[in-house]
Design a protein around this ligand. Structure first.
Ligand code: SF4
Ligand code: SF4
Length: 347
């Protein structure tokens, strides 16, 4: 890893250089919530002053740029006596993500394992993922963040640059050769001891700010032991089966595929739509049998996939602790409370 330091004004120059040839997507304030706190979302940004780099967690993650909620996979058209098929990869222009938090970069790294692994890589995802430049930015923990418990409060790979505000200047971690070359176009300097000390002081202060935690010690074993625990029914009775948690989650990737054919049989489309394992027909199969017709079995399945099955397959959890699902859940179901109850603890 190579480190540099730049003055704050240089970040604007970096933005302008990148925006000249790329679509830049970053955090933008979109309004205020009912408590007067800023609401933020990832949007294409043409002007540096529209970026809100001190943003708090967005409601929706950056997932929509890699795994859109609805995406055309292919379309078919009869032209004369021939079929024409169009495969839609949707990757016109490189995307620069300017200001992703560590948890969201970790989420992408997890999605990569599933969607770009060796067995069945998903070309639609891979085409977008390979055509992007990621600038990470440090953040301050919110009351619902438990990324530290999940080891996702920092990130070691999956980005080109990572910047930390250390007062009136930025500490920059450089991961890629592309980033190194682009940084040569702005004014930077090697960090000095005072910069290292300031970086470490900020990291130590941040670590003390976490108020939400999940005890992951032996969690896979405990989940195996507590598969029949009555707490699953208690949480299931609260759950509305709405699927919002999966929609906002940066690591949920399940989807359904629907094929539509026009009434004249001249054209057809194959469309992928993200889906949630909490929705009632998620496990319904041909013939109408539903393997998880009860809400608590579906809620339990989501937790076992995130914290048990994925760990077995990849030796890490599929949850980055961003807290979005708990924030968005109308029933007030949060990961820290569910896991604490399974462990027999008060949350
Ligand atoms: S846990 Fe909450 S957000 Fe998720 S399906 Fe149930 S009610 Fe909806
Ligand atoms: S399960 Fe919840 S806390 Fe974990 S990554 Fe998904 S949205 Fe974030």
């Amino acid at each position: 890893m190579i480190f540099k330091v730049c003055e704050q004004e240089e970040l604007r120059r970096l933005f302008d250089i990148l925006a000249a040839d790329n679509t830049v997507v970053g955090p933008v304030q979109t309004g205020l919530d009912r408590n007067g706190s800023a609401l933020n979302a990832f949007k294409p940004v043409a002007d540096y002053t529209n970026l809100n780099l001190g943003y708090t967690t967005t409601k929706l993650s950056a997932k929509s740029y890699f795994l859109p909620f609805r995406e055309s996979l292919a379309s078919f058209q009869i032209d004369g006596n021939d079929w024409q098929k169009t495969v839609d990869y949707h990757c016109d222009r490189p995307i620069v993500f300017f200001g992703l938090h560590a948890c969201d970069i970790n989420a992408l790294n997890k999605l990569d394992k599933v969607l770009m692994g060796n067995t069945y890589p998903m070309p639609y995802y891979a085409a977008k993922r390979k055509n992007m430049f990621i600038i990470g930015i440090d953040c301050q923990p919110q009351p619902f963040c438990f990324c530290r418990s999940m080891g996702s409060d920092t990130v070691l790979h999956g980005f080109d640059l990572f910047i930390t505000d250390i007062g009136n200047r930025y500490f920059i971690e450089i991961q890629s050769a592309t980033a190194y070359n682009i940084l040569a176009r702005i004014k930077t300097r090697p960090p000095e001891e005072v910069d290292h000390l300031q970086y470490m002081a900020i990291a130590a202060h941040k670590n003390k700010q976490f108020t939400s935690r999940v005890d992951t010690t032996d969690l896979t074993k405990i989940l195996d032991m507590e598969f029949q625990s009555p707490v699953w029914k208690q949480w299931g009775d609260k759950c509305l089966g709405c699927g919002t948690c999966a929609n906002v989650c940066p690591t949920c990737y399940c989807y359904g595929v629907e094929e539509t054919v026009d009434i004249g049989l001249r054209s057809a489309q194959k469309v992928k739509t993200l889906y949630s394992c909490n929705i009632v027909d998620f496990a319904e199969v041909a013939g109408g049998h539903n393997f998880r017709s009860e809400r608590h079995t579906r809620l339990k399945y989501r937790y076992y996939h995130k914290h048990r099955g994925f760990v077995e397959a990849y030796e890490e959890s599929l949850c980055v602790g961003c807290g979005r699902c708990g924030e968005a859940c109308l029933a007030g179901i949060t990961v820290p409370e569910v896991i604490a109850s399974v462990r027999g603890e008060e949350s």
